[in-house]
Design a protein around this ligand. Structure first.
Ligand SMILES: *[C@@H]1O[C@H](CO)[C@@H](O)[C@H](O)[C@H]1NC(C)=O
Ligand SMILES: *[C@@H]1O[C@H](CO)[C@@H](O)[C@H](O)[C@H]1NC(C)=O
Ligand SMILES: *[C@@H]1O[C@H](CO)[C@@H](O)[C@H](O)[C@H]1NC(C)=O
Length: 337
């Protein structure tokens, strides 16, 4: 009898251990820098770049075992809210405003040169995104004060030069109080999708459609869009950054048909989220200031794996490891069981 009890007890323990072993956990890699990281670009499981406030760039070439921290000379007060890295030496970083600037390095971050500057008053850049080859890219910015169109500039040479293509974006007319959040550099999906927030939260994709997500105030709306590897679906996350534990109307599931079809999750992420990425056909990770969630069913159900604050997550297109970055210079990775 005692033996039988002991035996069942052991099975119970093993079952519980198995359950826990299935849940990914977050492993902290580096932190403690006095800056907020919102740009993250994972080139491979070994090469990781991050960017943020106080002119900061971080780079690792050993899978995050160690990071080299760089303060870009002459830009110590700037917020580099987005970064796109092409390899261990080449990357572009985007400074949001007054003026909007993009810098490039070809020597692993030792030196940077200006590849884009727009001094138009009111210029505010939100995000960059590139094609798979890292050659063609777009940067999107908020509508300028006397304009209602989303600002776009384009590059066709890996960010060496950019030109204003706003004139071609009559499809990108916003309403009063509608703009984009520069929270993770992921509200633009090259070449054809942008999500907005504020007074209105909409997706610009084959037209303009209102998203079934929180909106109406300055802190609400969509923050990030991820497109599935097969290009058929997308997931959008957001919510209210000033009330970051609210876990309703913070995620939209989209079938990318000619006219997009919208759905919402059965179990939404556990709060406001600023970034979402696909890690496989039906697997996703989303993070925000109130925690990180994962989904294994295309975004229908989300499970929180941590309540630690992160602004941005990323995985290399051909890599396996998901990295996260955020407040207080924090960089981490998701360790799968
Ligand atoms: C609009 O696109 C055309 C070609 O598609 C290009 O020649 C033209 O320069 C673009 N206009 C602007 C303002 O970028
Ligand atoms: C970009 O181009 C458009 C169309 O030519 C123009 O209306 C707009 O003023 C330009 N924006 C800037 C910031 O140069
Ligand atoms: C999930 O979120 C709840 C609060 O919503 C929290 O109590 C719990 O600790 C979280 N789980 C993990 C693994 O962080």
């Amino acid at each position: 009898m005692l033996f039988r009890f002991f035996f069942s007890f052991m099975i119970l323990i093993c079952a519980q251990n198995n359950l826990q072993a299935q849940m990914p956990v977050i492993q902290f890699l580096d932190s403690g820098r006095q800056c907020s990281l919102r740009g993250l670009s994972v080139v491979s499981d070994d090469i990781i770049w991050a960017s943020g406030s106080k002119g900061t760039v971080a780079r690792s070439t050993n899978g995050g075992a160690s990071f080299e921290w760089i303060t870009v000379a002459g830009y110590e007060d700037r917020e580099f809210r987005d970064i796109q890295a092409f390899d261990s030496n080449k990357a572009v970083i985007m400074a949001i405003a007054s003026p909007g600037i993009i810098l490039k390095t070809r020597d692993g971050g030792k030196s940077w040169y200006k590849v884009f500057e727009d001094t138009t008053s009111g210029m505010f850049l939100d995000a960059m995104d590139f094609d798979e080859a890292g050659i063609n890219g777009l940067v999107a910015g908020d509508p300028l004060p006397n304009d209602s169109r989303i600002y776009f500039a384009m590059t066709q040479n890996q960010g060496e030069s950019w030109h204003n293509v706003t004139g071609n974006s009559t499809m990108f007319k916003t309403v009063e109080g509608e703009a984009m959040f520069a929270s993770s550099g992921t509200n633009l999906a090259f070449p054809s999708a942008v999500v907005t927030g504020g007074k209105a939260s909409r997706i610009f994709y084959n037209g303009i459609f209102t998203l079934p997500i929180m909106q109406g105030t300055e802190s609400t709306g969509a923050n990030s869009i991820a497109i599935s590897p097969d290009g058929r679906n997308a997931v959008v996350v957001g919510g209210d950054f000033s009330n970051d534990k609210l876990n309703t109307n913070n995620c939209v599931l989209i079938q990318l048909k000619r006219r997009p079809v919208f759905g919402i999750p059965s179990t939404p992420p556990h709060g406001y989220r600023s970034c979402v990425i696909y890690t496989a056909k039906n697997d996703l990770v989303t993070c925000g200031s109130s925690g990180t969630d994962i989904s294994t069913d295309g975004g229908r159900n989300w499970q929180n794996i941590s309540t630690a604050s992160f602004h941005v997550c990323d995985k290399a297109r051909k890599g396996k490891v998901v990295f996260l970055a955020g407040t207080r210079g924090r960089i981490a990775k998701v360790v799968m069981p």
